[in-house]
Design a protein around this ligand. Structure first.
Ligand SMILES: Cc1cc2nc3c(=O)[nH]c(=O)nc-3n(C[C@H](O)[C@H](O)[C@H](O)COP(=O)(O)O)c2cc1C
Length: 357
């Protein structure tokens, strides 16, 4: 069977965004035969925020922005998928080119700017998927604001109403570096007011639907220790269910080699790994393990996933490494993680959480 390592040189001849669209089309139309890899490892099962996860390896937001290929992605073996970022109205995003492979750094820079088909098409895709679903598929919906919306909270509250009943969890994304002003919501003053409004609506929706959809907040790695402490304190006081740590970084490590290193946008992949893991480790200390953390940034192997979990993550997400290794990496990471749990004498992966913090 063809493997991604054979296909990759061809895909890498294409502009990065075109290659991504090709991959999405292949997944949508089932032309991705090697991703039929679900395996069950009981030592990786966990219940986090009330949701049962078969394994802790998830797909990071931004890969399937319009929720077009959930069934195919599920077959790759992920324990959960995060789709979106969706905004209320469709939007084109920033001018192209806006997605760059930094191959020698195993990294990506993107300044896409929440390009997506908008809430209506997103909901149609999700509903089709739910109707067709014979399996239990765990996915979260990542929500954001339209670039031109002046009062950002209005977009989030609107989307909460619209999608809260469609997914296992909702991620409030205030950490994309490519939507002007978005990250400033992370400042303590704005965040307190913002989360107050979000949790009020979330509580109302819980009563209306007789069910609580857990709310996760996704944060940037480019925050000071003080800001991170405030984010953690406010997330706890407003009753959030988890933190996703982290989005891409605006920083540029000095050792980047690729010619694209000066492109504007968020950097992800291997060079983000240490920064996002340290942010996670600090957040685990600040939250004292009281809410689950989801670690994302530079995970490209079972060792990387283990490091995030040991630093305090209950779950882990992957995006950029998929571009370099393909979806075939997912079952390999999951199997190797399960083997390491056993080898190190743990009964379950949950015993590893925070071990190195
Ligand atoms: C091309 C691209 C698009 C992304 N789009 C989104 C997005 O729409 N929403 C979001 O919350 N994160 C988005 N991300 C961030 C990822 O979900 C993830 O947080 C980040 O890339 C770090 O993980 P990684 O190093 O495994 O890629 C995007 C990342 C990439 C590379």
């Amino acid at each position: 069977m063809a493997s991604y390592s054979l296909l990759r040189p061809l895909l890498f001849q294409l502009d990065a965004e075109k290659a991504h669209h090709l991959a999405i089309s292949a997944l949508r139309f089932g032309l991705y035969p090697w991703c039929n890899s679900r395996q069950n490892f009981p030592n990786l099962h966990q219940t986090i925020a009330g949701i049962d996860f078969e394994n802790p390896i998830g797909l990071g937001a931004g890969f399937d922005k319009n929720a077009e290929c959930i069934p195919a992605l599920w077959k790759a073996g992920f324990g959960f998928l995060e789709v979106g970022t969706v905004t209320p109205k469709p939007q084109a995003g920033n001018p192209k080119p806006r997605l760059f492979r930094l191959e020698s750094d195993q990294a990506i820079i993107n300044r896409l700017g929440f390009n997506n088909k908008g809430e209506n098409e997103f909901k149609r895709n999700i509903n089709n998927c739910l109707q067709a679903s014979e399996n239990k598929r765990i996915f979260g919906i990542n929500i954001g604001k339209n670039k031109t919306t002046e009062d950002p909270v209005s977009d989030y509250l609107h989307l909460l109403h619209e999608v809260c009943n469609l997914s296992a969890y909702i991620t409030i994304n205030i950490s994309s570096p490519n939507t002007p002003g978005l990250r400033s919501i992370q400042s303590a003053e704005m965040l307190d007011d913002f989360l107050g409004k979000i949790s009020k609506v979330s509580n109302q929706l819980q009563v209306e639907h007789a069910k609580r959809t857990p709310l996760f907040l996704k944060i940037a790695p480019d925050v000071s220790m003080e800001e991170l402490r405030d984010i953690c304190t406010l997330s706890l006081s407003h009753g959030l269910d988890g933190l996703i740590i982290t989005n891409t970084t605006l920083s540029r490590p000095a050792n980047l080699k690729s010619r694209h290193k000066y492109e504007a946008g968020g950097l992800s992949g291997r060079p983000l790994s240490a920064l996002s893991t340290e942010t996670l480790r600090q957040a685990y200390r600040f939250t004292e393990g009281k809410i689950p953390l989801i670690g994302v940034g530079g995970v490209s192997s079972a060792e990387d996933a283990w490091e995030k979990i040991a630093a305090g993550a209950s779950l882990v997400q992957i995006y950029s490494a998929l571009i370099y290794q393909g979806l075939e990496m997912v079952p390999k990471v999951i199997q190797a993680l399960s083997e390491r749990v056993e080898r190190e004498g743990f009964a379950n992966i949950s015993e590893v959480i925070g071990k190195s913090s």
